[in-house]
Design a protein around this ligand. Structure first.
Ligand SMILES: [Mg+2]
Length: 264
């Protein structure tokens, strides 16, 4: 291994926790970039857009442009542009995503009977009335897609229900399965990331703390993966995996050595 041209990097549990960078994270990312390796930060959380993440990371000392960020919301917008351009969309989601999808040409509607596509997302305003409209739309033949598969989202002090629960509510009641999910570990996310980086699968390493999303993203796409132990996965859990990551590193502080090809 002679090194990697780019890194696809998870955020929560990998770069920071509760908004505080892990020791060595800021320096490690600076060194990786100084070596000419591009870093693309990816997040399944559709509540913030790229500009918001870029501002947040820059404030932490990691200078970041919106083009260095890929969210599940942006991948969803990309899917809509490619597959259902200008479609009438019923969104179970929040205002930031509504703006993002509208910017991509989607025509957001409120009534199920008008909808050609239902987009399920992380929606803290979820309620029966919108669930009913989405149910009616899908039963009437609307396409059914979602931003991210996560059942829960980690927050300060615990977890809250996420998009996975809303997908489950719609699948259980309509009898239809979701057609495409934009976020990790979907191939949609990987394809968008590789396109943004201008890299092939073999030139990139994915760094993250979750086996089911970050590491699975690499496994499905034939991309090398590095599991960090600063998040939800411990070293004991790695021993039981059928498909272990390419690398296991204590933290993102070891990333410069990894991308330089000095770790095996
Ligand atoms: Mg994570």
């Amino acid at each position: 291994m002679t090194g990697y041209r780019a890194v696809i990097c998870d955020l929560d549990g990998t770069v920071y926790r509760s908004g505080v960078p892990f020791p060595g994270a800021v320096d490690a990312l600076a060194r990786v970039r100084a070596a000419g390796v591009r870093v693309l930060f990816v997040s399944n959380n559709p509540l913030r857009d790229a500009a918001s993440y870029a501002e947040r990371l820059s404030k932490l000392g990691i200078p970041t442009e919106p083009t260095d960020i890929l969210t599940s919301g942006a991948v969803m917008a990309r899917w809509l542009r490619a597959h259902t351009p200008g479609a009438r969309v019923l969104l179970l989601g929040e205002d930031s995503l509504r703006t993002e999808l509208t910017s991509a040409g989607a025509n957001i509607v409120d009534r199920g009977e008008e909808a050609e596509v239902v987009v399920a997302s992380f929606d803290r305003t979820f309620r029966y009335a919108t669930w009913l409209e989405a149910f009616r739309a899908i039963r009437a033949g609307a396409r059914f897609v979602a931003t991210n598969p996560d059942p829960t989202c980690p927050v300060e002090g615990g977890e809250v229900p996420d998009c996975g629960g809303i997908i489950a509510a719609l699948e259980a009641t309509t009898g239809h399965s979701v057609e495409a999910v934009a976020g990790k570990p979907s191939s949609l996310m990987l394809a968008a990331a590789l396109e943004a980086l201008g890299c092939s699968e073999r030139e990139v390493v994915i760094v993250g703390d979750r086996v089911g999303t970050d590491i699975e993203l690499g496994r499905r796409g034939g991309v090398a993966t590095a599991l960090v132990l600063t998040g939800v996965t411990s070293r004991d859990m790695v021993a039981d995996l059928d498909h272990p990551p390419t690398y296991v590193i204590e933290s993102i502080a070891e990333l410069p050595a990894l991308v330089a090809g000095q770790l095996t």
